[in-house]
Design a protein around this ligand. Structure first.
Ligand code: GLN
Length: 304
């Protein structure tokens, strides 16, 4: 399969298409992003790497990082985390507070904001220095030292984080947050602010395509069971209330972020990342979704 040609063709095709969407505007720092940015990267398990457009530019990965946080929590704490959240799709936007009151402070899943906030709380209780451990973990997956938090994004998230603060407060009132609210929010905003390129994103997700083993060093990072659970959670909850549509049209486990990135995993084959900042109504990259749909159609690759 000529992956480079497929990716180049898709880049060319979607670069000139006008697809409706809006750059995330809930914080000023994200609003500044050039909406025409567009990158695609594919990393295979045989260590081949194909890119087009802005795939080597650092992007705000936002909620894609929720996958790293869940992985760390499962690795360090294990299955007991599921006492504090579910694994069901929410069918609601990522920042919706509605279910949380009905369901007594237990988030539907780890990929909506409330679930990720509980994961942050769990990691704060378990790890000595969660921010450093988090960066160390992501750097190891990519085999680079060049991955950092963007402190401007952190500050912007803090300044405008009324809804996230409401989530933590509500969960604390139900007894599902152990640590100080500001400490949990601070870690959560750092988690959201990680910057990576599409190339780094694809590479970092290869453990989920490779049963938990890092392809470049052959080191086992997580068990087969954790890898399987994370792929299942991505499939069901990775694109919020568009997860069903993504399974239907793309057919791969995936995770999106409001920075306009989406990563998808084909177990045993590859990971693919797309970045295009204009978001559709569900908060997922509009072009990213289309590119992934076209890619799995052209390559006839899907888990189904
Ligand atoms: N920083 C965003 C928030 O907390 C992350 C949301 C996302 O990427 N979907 O709302």
């Amino acid at each position: 399969m000529d992956y480079q040609k497929i990716i180049d063709d898709l880049h060319l095709k979607y670069k000139s298409k006008t697809i409706k969407g809006e750059v995330a505007s809930y914080i000023p720092e994200l609003k500044k992003i050039d909406s025409n940015k567009f990158g695609i990267n594919l990393y295979t398990l045989s260590d081949e790497n194909f890119g087009a457009g802005d795939y080597q530019e650092k992007i705000s990965i936002q909620s894609i990082s929720k996958v790293f946080a869940l992985t760390l929590a499962l690795k360090h704490v294990g299955e007991s985390i599921w006492k504090r959240m579910g694994v069901e799709p929410s069918g609601d936007p990522f920042n919706s507070l509605v279910q949380l009151e009905f369901e007594k402070g237990i988030p539907r899943n780890p990929f909506i904001n409330s679930g990720a906030l509980v994961i942050c709380d769990i990691l704060i209780s378990k790890l000595k220095n969660p921010k450093i451990e988090l960066l160390k973990f992501v750097r190891k997956l990519v085999n680079t030292k060049d991955i950092f938090f963007n402190e401007k994004i952190v500050a912007s998230e803090k300044e405008y984080g009324y809804t996230n603060a409401a989530h933590v407060n509500l969960m604390k009132s139900f007894g599902n947050i152990e640590n100080d609210i500001d400490v949990v929010l601070d870690f959560y905003y750092h988690l959201c602010s990680i910057e990576m390129t599409c190339e780094e994103l694809s590479k970092s997700f290869l453990i989920f395509a490779n049963d938990g083993i890092l392809p470049h060093s052959k080191e086992r990072i997580i068990s087969l069971s954790i890898s399987k659970r994370i792929n299942a959670t991505m499939q069901l909850c990775g694109l919020y209330d568009e997860a069903g549509h993504f399974a239907f049209k793309v057919g791969l486990p995936g995770k999106s972020g409001v920075g306009g990135g989406i990563v998808a995993v084909h177990p045993d084959l590859y990971c693919i990342s797309v970045w295009s900042p204009k978001l559709n109504k569900k908060g997922n990259s509009a072009i990213g979704f289309k590119v992934l749909e076209s890619f799995t159609t052209i390559t006839e690759s899907s888990i189904f």
